[in-house]
Design a protein around this ligand. Structure first.
Ligand code: FPP
Length: 241
């Protein structure tokens, strides 16, 4: 796996499942989209906090391959929120050294959103303060199937042999090919599920299930979780010394 510039010990990759926007809105008798709008505001706050706390990689689950099952108005509302976010935040992200990239199957998204995604990736490609990955139309199983097809195609073309297939080669064919595996996954709203988010990459990640809904998640809670994480002993399958 390619880990650019930074040495491994400096890397801190936090992945987040931003859950609970709908419940936050329901509790306030607001439309679900108001919860998502507040959620977008939290994304800005958490990106800033990640920069401040020297998190090097932040991966956010914005829209899953299963989220298309939601009502048409919610899906359209979310897509327009993503576009608005990319337009309004692009300059700030660039100035703050945030490198943005998207993971997931973008072929099913509409052309204007794909253009904004490509432009934002290109514009911030040289940045290195924080690697922000946004999972949009992302599903772990879908990603694994797409990677498998890529590898099968290479075998078919005679570019590799089946014996060349290893965990490393597999990782290199995932959307996250150039990212380190997440150290920590935080899911808000108290739900204790992983929901098809980075299943391959999170084999040895630590998990925190936080009670607050995403719109209430903030830097203080994030800081406490990071402090606690730093005291955890990670074994990666080995025994205690
Ligand atoms: C899950 O809450 C949240 C989503 C499916 C959408 C996440 C989107 C945002 C936080 C908005 C902005 C994001 C970016 C990257 C600008 P839910 O709707 O499932 O909540 P519920 O379980 O309470 O109904």
């Amino acid at each position: 796996m390619k880990i650019d510039k930074k040495i491994e010990s400096e890397i801190l990759h936090v992945a987040m499942v931003m859950d609970g926007n709908g419940r936050w809105a329901n509790e306030r008798a607001l439309a679900r989209l108001k919860g998502h709008a507040k959620g977008a505001d939290r994304v800005r706050h958490i990106v800033r906090a990640s920069l401040d706390m020297r998190v090097t990689h932040l991966t956010l689950f914005a829209f899953s391959t299963e989220n298309w099952k939601r009502s048409e108005s919610e899906v359209l509302g979310l897509m327009s929120l993503f576009k608005k976010f990319m337009k309004s935040e692009a300059k700030k992200l660039l100035i703050n050294g945030v490198k943005v990239r998207f993971i997931g199957d973008r072929s099913k998204l509409d052309d204007p959103i794909i253009k904004l995604m490509n432009d934002l990736e290109l514009m911030t490609v040289e940045n290195d303060n924080l690697h922000l990955s946004i999972a949009l139309n992302y599903g772990g199983r879908d990603e694994i199937v797409r990677a498998t097809k890529k590898i099968a195609e290479k075998v078919k073309l005679g570019q590799i042999n089946t014996d060349d297939i290893s965990a490393e080669l597999f990782s290199n064919n995932l959307d996250t090919f150039d990212l380190p595996d997440p150290d920590l996954v935080i899911r808000t709203s108290g739900e204790m599920r992983t929901s098809n988010f980075l299943p391959w990459q999170c084999a040895y990640s630590e998990y925190v299930f936080e009670q607050s809904n995403w719109p209430d998640f903030n830097k203080d809670i994030y800081q406490k979780i990071l402090n606690d994480f730093k005291n955890r002993e990670r074994r990666f399958g080995a025994v205690l010394k």
